[in-house]
Design a protein around this ligand. Sequence first.
Ligand SMILES: [Zn+2]
Length: 175
Amino acid sequence: MGKARITPGLTARLAAGPVRRKVERITAAAAAETRDRAPDAKTWTTAPDGRARPSHAHADGQTVAENVSYKLPKAATAPDGTPVIAPGYDYASRPRDPRLPRQQSDGCRCHSIPLPGELARATRITPVVVTPGRVSASVVCEYHRVVEAEFGSSQDAGAHFMGQAAQVVAARYRT
Ligand SMILES: [Zn+2]
């Protein structure tokens, strides 16, 4: 008489159907909650005449989540009076942010262009992976400085949109 043995591989295959469907449902729900909570984005844009000071020209096109500060290279003035870039950064939520030194805000004609739905569109689900004893999938948001958007920094408060989405969905599916 032979001996029956359930290998880890077989266990995974037996469980994979229903567990996989449950993981897919939970992951889809977490992605939907993440997209609902994701902050919009914004992009720093200089006036189109090409006369922006160097620190602002450097920031032209910089795109971050709405709750994240732009990083502007520090501004300085050369001995001949020409504006130049200096080492280090100033942080600004928008052009002419009161946090900026006057050298960065006086006479600034830049704009912050809102980009609705950018982080929501950058949120996706990884395919379900079945390994022995584990069925997993993830919600991923890939975006410039998204870690600061989620958790915050010394400059900005985090939006915690992924953490809150995970909490809400975990509460919903708790058995
Ligand atoms: Zn400017």
